[in-house]
Design a binder for this molecule. Structure first.
Ligand code: GLY
Length: 328
């Protein structure tokens, strides 16, 4: 009888485990704004699809084998940082002075531990530096040369300035300067990347990485490395990564605001995300967010023409979109 009871308990626990495992979720973005499909050079659409697919595959591989949400979001973001089509890591936009200064952040919804860096110039994958700040330092937010030094001390892979610089981004800086395009022009401020995940243990995490805004000056910092603005994760609410006009995301506290509305008001994820993005728009800003919740919701919301994005879950379904419509 005792053996039967133990066997029953084991079977129940393994069934519960299998059920929990079936619930992982992953959502990624490669920036809002979106070059219109009609204006894309030949082959660009395929390149973007392939990069989004690789980012989804990297995170899905971790989640499907029972890995953690922070591991998954870091892995997905690293893929997009490595792809020069996105404004993060390699392919980051240039500052007014012709440098690449990158920002990133990560948050673990299980513990609400967080790490962020701003103005870093030499770490191949800035998201891994943010992760190191979260896990290997006593701090949450490091900046510029201090963050570079911490990166070297941690033994993270370093890259020379030429690695990050691409001809297309240099051309954008030249256009920006010659035409005196506003730093806020849509094609000059988007391309931030991010990921949010729910792991099979029921925990959420969020990660965001960017080169910021073409022509940024005076040490300008956007929302992406600011916990609560561009990134937030809390198992009691949701995980959010944003992309868009950083100044407005900071003022609205977008990522924290979405999670707080869910936690305190009981708002549905889509409603909270849409309402907060409407606030951004009402103030004059634009952009988008991706959201996952511990219950398994996967949400996009954006008020731009489009947003490069994708999602995957344990069913094996995986989609990536950058249509100019608000497809869910
Ligand atoms: N959302 C990116 C930035 O404003 O820097």
């Amino acid at each position: 009888m005792r053996t039967l009871l133990i066997l029953g308990a084991l079977l129940m626990s393994s069934a519960a485990h299998a059920q929990v495992k079936a619930d992982w979720k992953l959502v990624i973005h490669g920036g809002a704004g979106t070059i219109r499909k009609a204006n894309m050079p030949p082959g660009k659409e395929q390149e973007l699809h392939a990069a989004l697919d690789r980012a989804l595959a990297a995170g899905s591989k971790i989640l499907s084998s029972g890995g953690s949400a922070p591991d998954a979001v870091e892995a997905s973001v690293r893929v997009l940082e490595d792809d020069p089509n996105f404004n993060a890591g390699r392919g980051s936009v240039f500052t007014y002075d012709g440098d690449n200064e990158m920002d990133s952040s990560i948050m673990d919804g299980r513990t609400r531990a967080a790490g962020a860096v701003t103005g870093v110039t030499a770490t191949k994958n800035p998201i891994s530096l943010a992760r190191a700040v979260m896990e290997k330092s006593e701090h949450v937010f490091l900046s510029r040369e201090g963050a570079n030094e911490f990166s070297r001390q941690q033994g993270l892979e370093q890259a020379a300035p030429d690695y990050f610089a691409t001809p297309e981004r240099r051309r954008q800086l030249e256009v920006f300067k010659s035409k005196k395009v506003s730093a806020l022009d849509i094609e000059y401020k988007f391309g931030t990347v991010g990921a949010v995940a729910l792991d099979s243990s029921g925990h959420v995490a969020a990660a965001t990485s960017t080169g910021g805004m073409t022509g940024k000056r005076w040490g300008r910092i956007g929302d992406s490395p600011i916990i609560g603005a561009g990134t937030y994760a809390d198992d009691r609410g949701c995980a959010v990564s944003g992309t868009g006009w950083g100044e407005y995301f900071i003022r609205v506290g977008v990522a924290h605001e979405i999670c707080a509305r869910m936690r305190l008001d009981g708002a549905a994820a889509q409603t909270a995300a849409d309402d907060v993005m409407a606030e951004v728009k009402a103030l004059g800003g634009d952009g988008g967010v991706i959201v996952v919740t511990p219950k398994g919701d996967m949400v996009y919301s954006f008020n731009t023409a489009g947003m490069y994005r994708g999602k995957a879950d344990a069913t094996g379904r995986s989609t990536r979109l950058y249509s100019e419509a608000q497809e869910r």
